[in-house]
Design a protein around this ligand. Structure first.
Ligand SMILES: *[C@@H]1O[C@H](CO)[C@@H](O)[C@H](O)[C@H]1NC(C)=O
Ligand SMILES: *[C@@H]1O[C@H](CO)[C@@H](O)[C@H](O)[C@H]1NC(C)=O
Ligand SMILES: *[C@@H]1O[C@H](CO)[C@@H](O)[C@H](O)[C@H]1NC(C)=O
Ligand SMILES: *[C@@H]1O[C@H](CO)[C@@H](O)[C@H](O)[C@H]1NC(C)=O
Ligand SMILES: *[C@@H]1O[C@H](CO)[C@@H](O)[C@H](O)[C@H]1NC(C)=O
Ligand SMILES: *[C@@H]1O[C@H](CO)[C@@H](O)[C@H](O)[C@H]1NC(C)=O
Ligand SMILES: *[C@@H]1O[C@H](CO)[C@@H](O)[C@H](O)[C@H]1NC(C)=O
Length: 673
């Protein structure tokens, strides 16, 4: 199909409603657009979101990433050419935060819900060479431009993980999508009055025209747990029917984390050479095991990630028509304990940086789907037998924009006919967002394997509340975190230099109100006395003068990235060219150097740099880095924590983005033990 048509249809679908991942930053298919609208709704996945949502990929320095070419995933290139991927320690806690527009959660008896809903959170990572099946191979790329990766028109076009389109984003493999276009769609599914154009898994009730979005498989996108194998690993399902965790839909048991998912495959799993198109189409079509096994060259291949079942819990309540917080009122969050590298599926590629004691890491992407349906038909007991088929006397329980006779029973027909707004390809609908690439890396020596580590990051992009919508303004995530003197706090942020939020601005306002150079995200971390003031407190203000004092004076602090050339002298800083090539170490910093790093977003790594580095730090952080590369690790010193009755509050904020009465970027660490 022509790319023009794909784009047009994608844009039509994209004008409606939504789920937006705010932390880690969801792309909503953006990359580095200077416009409020994304360029290409079909880039990597089908979000069904508004074109304005999403965040650009992180830049490492004060310059927008440039350059072209392959991000090969090798240690020296995994994070190169100016982009920055957040690096989280294995086993650390990450606050996943999002907004969903149509609400979720409730209780049928006392707090009736207005829809059925489930939220599925997953991730995938680059695969290693043991994965011979090309459809299960993963090579993640954020991309260097906003183009849609090419698909494989026929079996001969499939080239390993993904050798083509080096500059385009990439999540699933070409073979994965190719198989989706050849695999028979599940004919047992309820379609209402939608007529998928063809019989392949590319065509679904929600996507009857089979539009392509990246290399995602539409049928896998719309249904979870999916019956076929996928490279997506389940983290959690948040549902309004917790009884489905283990019964009926059996989310925990049917997740590919545990369950075997089968497909008709070639006996030679690497079928991309020596198989002609007709044979490929015949074998890959079958979702029927008996039929599959009747083909001499085929086998029923099964796959499981063989990891823990996903978390399955009740979804927090959220309000309909409100792209905001939950009831608590706190943002909608799920706290993900990142897997240890040893607990990742065995097929995940562990990269090693160069040098002794180097970090090992996986490169991953987070995926969040928000799935809603109604009780106008029972999702458990409505199937293809109720697909609209008037010739055979079957009327779908829901039809497009019906005019309904609501006349009293004994009155004549047509007395009161009212039209409903129903779109059967969206009645039962799935929204989605995905993050940019991030890293899960080993802990360095000195950071105990069992120590509790919380990630403290920044969400948001430039602009005021109207300009950023449906994304959000800057804030720390989490902006309130309760810790003890045994908790490590891993402070790290990323931002873009091209968040100009210009035209085209689609359904909203263009503009990037904010401090400093237009289009640039910057953050820093300085102490304040309490949350209601907007002046920083010098980190070494005597404790007695303060109610709770500055955390940097009361904590241990470590740099997580060796400095340029290993030196601590003037002009040095975190190695920005290739920090993965360096060893995985912690360098203890004194409070002064720690404060300088955090206040300057890494530009001034120490006192010497502060005294001698040129050009000097711009007070609006314009020449500081968009990302705090590697991040800084903090831990409150023993004895400097309060008690539950009287916790110590350590306040901090960002000098650049905090603009009282317009925007606030403030946080607090609550230390109690
Ligand atoms: C969405 O909900 C429907 C109805 O319950 C279900 O059939 C489908 O598998 C779900 N899809 C996802 C992605 O959760
Ligand atoms: C699967 O294929 C076999 C062999 O062709 C056939 O007998 C059987 O009816 C099929 N099953 C389904 C559910 O279509
Ligand atoms: C389809 O739904 C009907 C009830 O609506 C049920 O009797 C039938 O068993 C279902 N078919 C399948 C294949 O689940
Ligand atoms: C996740 O952790 C944050 C920070 O501790 C907390 O504020 C939030 O309530 C947690 N979310 C859930 C769903 O427990
Ligand atoms: C604070 O934000 C407002 C609204 O965006 C802007 O007009 C003002 O210039 C900002 N203040 C500073 C000091 O930049
Ligand atoms: C915050 O600090 C200011 C300045 O010292 C002080 O006047 C104010 O009372 C404090 N507010 C709270 C809530 O502690
Ligand atoms: C907040 O924004 C308004 C304009 O919207 C501006 O007049 C005001 O000065 C801003 N506040 C600060 C602290 O800049």
């Amino acid at each position: 199909m022509g790319p023009g048509r794909v784009l047009l249809l994608g844009t039509l679908f994209g004008a409606l409603a939504d789920v937006y991942l705010h932390h880690p930053r969801g792309s909503n298919n953006r990359l580095n657009e200077q416009s409020a609208n994304r360029n290409n709704a079909n880039r990597l996945f089908d979000s069904q979101n508004n074109n304005r949502g999403g965040y650009n990929v992180g830049d490492k320095t004060d310059q927008a990433f440039t350059g072209t070419g392959v991000e090969t995933g090798s240690p020296t290139h995994a994070n190169d050419r100016g982009q920055y991927a957040l690096a989280f320690y294995e086993g650390s806690r990450l606050v996943v935060e999002w907004t969903n527009q149509h609400g979720c959660g409730g209780n049928e008896k006392t707090d009736p819900y207005k829809l059925n809903c489930n939220i599925v959170i997953q991730y995938t990572c680059d695969s290693d060479d043991t994965v011979r099946d090309p459809a299960m191979q993963v090579l993640l790329r954020d991309g260097r431009n906003t183009g849609t990766p090419d698909d494989a028109g026929n079996v001969g076009d499939i080239t390993g993980k993904m050798a083509q389109n080096a500059d385009k984003g990439h999540h699933e493999s070409e073979a994965y999508y190719y198989e989706c276009t050849r695999r028979e769609r599940n004919k047992g599914l309820f379609l209402a009055d939608q007529k998928p154009q063809q019989d392949a898994a590319r065509f679904t009730r929600q996507n009857p025209n089979g539009n392509r979005n990246g290399l995602e498989c539409p049928e896998e996108r719309d249904y979870w747990p999916y019956w076929g194998p996928t490279p997506w690993i389940d983290i959690a399902v948040l549902t309004d029917t917790v009884e489905d965790c283990d019964r009926f839909f059996n989310y925990r048991g049917n997740s590919q984390n545990k369950a075997l998912k089968g497909k008709c495959a070639f006996k030679n799993p690497d079928y991309t050479t020596g198989v002609n198109e007709n044979t490929a189409a015949r074998v890959l079509k079958s979702i029927n095991r008996t039929l599959c096994e009747s083909y001499p060259e085929a086998t029923w291949a099964t796959f499981t990630h063989n990891v823990d079942a996903p978390v399955c819990v009740a979804a927090d309540w959220s309000r309909v028509n409100h792209l905001g917080n939950g009831r608590s009122p706190q943002p909608l969050t799920f706290n993900w304990t990142l897997p240890r590298l040893s607990a990742l599926p065995s097929w995940v590629q562990e990269y090693s940086a160069a040098g002794a004691g180097a970090a090992r890491y996986a490169r991953c992407v987070l995926r969040l789907r928000y799935n809603i349906s109604t009780d106008d038909y029972d999702p458990r007991n409505t199937n293809a037998s109720q697909n609209d088929n008037p010739q055979n006397g079957v009327v779908s329980p829901v039809t497009n924009n019906p005019t309904i006779n609501v006349s009293p029973k004994n009155a004549f027909n047509g007395l009161l006919a009212l039209k409903l707004a129903i779109n059967t390809n969206q009645f039962g609908r799935t929204f989605q967002d995905r993050s940019h690439v991030f890293m899960i890396k080993t802990r360095p020596p000195g950071l105990d394997a069992n120590a509790e580590v919380w990630n403290l990051n920044v969400r948001g992009k430039r602009g005021n509340i109207v300009q950023t919508f449906p994304s959000v303004e800057y804030d720390f995530v989490p902006n309130q975190l309760t810790v003890t003197s045994r908790t490590y706090i891993h402070i790290q942020w990323t931002g873009s230099n091209t968040h100009n939020n210009g035209n085209p601005a689609g359904d909203g306002q263009a503009g990037d109100a904010g401090e400093g150079t237009t289009g640039t995200d910057r953050s820093n971390f300085v102490c304040s006395q309490n949350a209601s003031v907007n002046y920083p407190t010098p980190f070494d203000t005597p404790v007695t003068a303060l109610q709770d004092s500055c955390i940097l004076q009361q904590s241990d602090c470590w740099a997580t990235v060796p400095d340029q050339n290993g030196a601590q002298g003037a002009g040095s800083g975190p190695n920005l060219a290739d920090f993965w090539g360096y060893s995985n170490t912690l360098t203890q910093l004194n409070a002064m150097d720690c404060a300088l790093r955090l206040a300057s977003s890494g530009y001034l790594p120490n006192l010497n740099a502060a005294q001698t580095k040129t050009p000097v730090l711009n007070p609006l952080l314009n020449n500081a880095y968009a990302s705090l590369v590697g991040g800084v690790l903090l831990k409150v010193k023993t004895g400097e924590c309060g008690t539950t009755a009287r916790p110590r509050l350590y306040h901090y904020f960002c000098t650049r983005n905090n603009n009282f009465s317009n925007r606030s970027q403030k946080g607090v660490l609550i230390c109690a033990e």
